[in-house]
Ligand binder design. Structure first.
Ligand SMILES: [Zn+2]
Ligand SMILES: [Zn+2]
Length: 302
């Protein structure tokens, strides 16, 4: 765990942003912090209702009508879209890169009840990407007052946002390979994982891809690149690139160890010689403790 978090004053507001004091929130014991993953209050007995186009209809707990869902969170897109230009690629209906409005990324794939249930993942992802953007901006701004800070997220919630986004792209028919549409089929075993009833297997879920000597991308770009299985053509993984942050999300275990692909990082550290900006991802299984360090220039010591 990072020193900044280890030494964090437990009587200050919790670094997870709950508003509670750390001691009564994510602080575990001396120097140890853990943000619990979100839990849904699922009914003991389902509503016995399945809305036809809802991808959670197998739960028999649908409610309301089918609704228009942003299969990539609107709030995340809006951050990319600050200059009203959103660049996207990796989508069936785009040849190369296109500038698009956020409304282009909607589809009727969830009932109203399930849409609102899953929106907590969008809130978490919005916070997460907003912080990354603020951090980058602080390193670019020569007048910013140097300030080290740390924030804490439940890694599993970021991971489940990626699962939700992957499912959304697949079931809405927006994934393609060589300009051909891929099947709209998802593995039903993903549903209990999304709902938190089952855990991701080891080596399944969130990865970070390190590109050596990569120039920071400040463009408002977004790319979603699906990977499909050779066997049945179904999508099993995707690369999410947001403003140059390259996450890989896999629903099949990664084999072998590519030293440039980090599974479930514990700390994401942006730093220069005078400050550190840190996002800690806590995981239920404490064995995940890789640290990603990004050295930033643009602000130097006085
Ligand atoms: Zn907390
Ligand atoms: Zn539903």
């Amino acid at each position: 765990m990072n020193q900044l978090l280890r030494n964090y004053d437990v009587y200050l507001p919790c670094p997870c942003g709950s508003g509670k004091k750390g001691k009564f929130c994510c602080w575990i014991s001396s120097g140890k912090w853990h943000k619990k993953k979100s839990h849904f209050l699922l009914p003991a007995r389902p509503a016995e209702n399945a809305v036809d186009r809802c991808y959670l209809k197998s739960t028999l707990d649908c409610g309301g009508n089918i609704s228009r869902e942003h299969y990539i969170s609107e709030g995340v897109l809006k951050q990319l879209n600050e200059n009203n230009v959103l660049q996207a690629d990796g989508l069936l209906w785009i040849d190369g890169t296109a500038n698009l409005p956020t409304s282009a990324f909607t589809s009727k794939i969830l009932c109203e009840k399930h849409n609102s249930l899953l929106s907590m993942f969008d809130d978490t992802a919005i916070k997460f990407f907003k912080l990354l953007t603020e951090f980058e901006n602080a390193f670019k701004d020569p007048h910013a007052v140097p300030k080290s800070e740390v924030y804490l997220f439940a890694g599993e919630d970021i991971e489940r946002w990626m699962l939700k986004t992957l499912i959304g792209f697949v079931v809405s028919g927006n994934t393609s390979k060589d300009r051909q549409p891929l099947p709209k089929t998802i593995d039903e075993s993903w549903i209990p994982i999304l709902l938190g009833q089952k855990d991701f297997e080891d080596r399944v879920g969130l990865h970070y891809k390190i590109t050596k000597d990569k120039k920071i991308v400040y463009e408002n770009s977004f790319a979603f690149l699906p990977y499909s299985s050779e066997k049945d053509g179904n999508v099993k993984a995707a690369q999410f690139s947001l403003k140059g942050w390259d996450f890989e999300f896999m629903m099949i275990p990664t084999l072998g160890l590519d030293p440039n692909v980090i599974y479930r990082p514990r700390s994401i550290i942006l730093r220069n010689s005078i400050m550190e900006k840190i996002i800690e991802l806590s995981w239920d299984d404490p064995k995940y403790e890789s640290v990603l360090i990004f050295d930033r220039v643009g602000q130097t010591a006085q």
